[in-house]
Design a protein around this ligand. Structure first.
Ligand code: SAM
Length: 345
């Protein structure tokens, strides 16, 4: 196994290459688990370098698969590596790696979407939120099929300081489809600016580190891949509950090409819509003709504060969901057309 001298601070004993491991255990990639493997150690080392200095650190690796990235993490000199892998077929190969690095690797056979990371590490590795980030890192060449729900879950946990963030401002180094990586880091006014840009950037410093061409993976995915690094902010840029911010941002971006007041209107029930939308924009001092992608985090902060105020003053606003109302109307309409009696009529 070739290694890049700069990164290595722990030497693994001679092991079969990742390619040999794949053959040995007959680990054909499964499409439904979005399995695209990285076999090039220079690339896995490069990903690991984005996480920072890992010497004596604690790492959680998501989806280690045949273990290419895992080897780079070990060679960086970590003290404790917890890997979470869903596919049983990879467990024997990971056990081999665990034996090669005694006392360093713990294997969890499970689903990262369900795994409770609070219980995975001792409390003493934690730092207070205001302190420097803890010496705990989450790293993963994520399965595309789970990367978006996973980052949304982790952003919510960042806001509530639970999951990996129960230990402080834990840093994440993760791969995404290139388009998702671009959206995560898109600045105000850019074409890729979207819901996920605002949600990620109000809570963390997000860096799009580099792009890995699709052909570097086996099998080759249809897209290129971006490596993204997140450091939670000490003070989130919006000081309102995550769910409220998420609802506001979702409503604004549902009409991306229209003026932002079009999406904002949908935060309010029909009867109060014009009046409360006007009040919201006035209080937030936001120009209604801005397009959603032109709104900065400061605009969203002002809108979230104004919206929270209106929710306090007007009963029933916070729970109002335009799409839910639409769904119920459609349901009633189709029942009427089908000749069934309508509930409540
Ligand atoms: N880390 C390896 C690499 O870089 O070559 C494998 C990456 S592959 C894109 C994604 C890995 O995540 C696979 O090993 C797959 O089995 C695993 N995986 C898929 N869904 C998962 C889930 N929900 N929880 C944990 N692992 C999962």
């Amino acid at each position: 196994m070739a290694g890049s001298g700069k990164l290595a601070s722990f030497r693994l004993p001679p092991l079969p290459t990742i390619g040999e491991i794949i053959k040995l255990y007959n680990l054909r990639a499964q499409k439904q688990l979005s399995q695209n493997f990285l076999l090039d150690m220079r690339l896995t080392d490069k990903i690991i370098r984005q996480a920072g200095n890992l010497r004596n650190s604690t790492v959680c690796e998501v989806g280690p698969g045949p273990g290419g990235l895992t080897r780079s993490i070990l060679r960086a000199g970590v003290a404790d590596l917890l890997v979470v892998e869903k596919d049983t077929r990879f467990i024997p190969g990971l056990q081999l790696l665990s034996e090669a690095a005694p006392g360093k690797v713990r294997i969890v056979h499970g689903d990262i979407l369900k795994y409770r990371m609070e219980g995975g590490f001792p409390a003493h590795i934690g730092k207070t939120w205001e302190d420097e980030p803890p010496n705990l890192h989450v790293i993963g060449n994520l399965p595309f099929s789970v990367s978006t729900p996973l980052i949304i879950k982790w952003l919510e946990q960042m806001a509530s300081r639970t999951g990996p963030f129960a230990f402080g401002r834990t840093r994440l180094t993760l791969t995404f489809q290139k388009e998702v990586a671009e959206r995560l880091t898109a600045s105000t006014g850019s074409r890729q600016r979207s819901r996920i840009s605002v949600m990620a950037q109000y809570l963390s410093t997000v860096k799009n580190c580099f792009t890995i061409p699709g052909q570097a993976f086996v099998p080759k995915p249809d897209v290129d891949v971006g490596v993204v690094h997140f450091t939670p902010l000490v003070q989130p840029q919006i000081q309102q509950p995550f769910k409220l911010v998420e609802k506001l941002v979702r409503n604004v971006f549902q009409f991306r090409r229209k003026h932002c007041d079009k999406g904002l209107q949908m935060l309010f029930p029909e009867a109060q819509r014009p009046e409360l939308t006007h009040e919201l924009l006035l209080r937030a001092d936001v120009d209604p003709t801005h397009r959603p992608f032109e709104l900065s985090i400061s605009h969203f902060r002002a809108l979230a504060d104004a919206y929270a105020g209106l929710c306090e003053e007007h009963e029933g606003i916070i729970g109002y969901e335009f799409r839910e109302e639409l769904r119920q109307k459609r349901h009633q309409h189709s029942r009427r057309r089908g000749g069934e009696p309508c509930a409540g009529k």
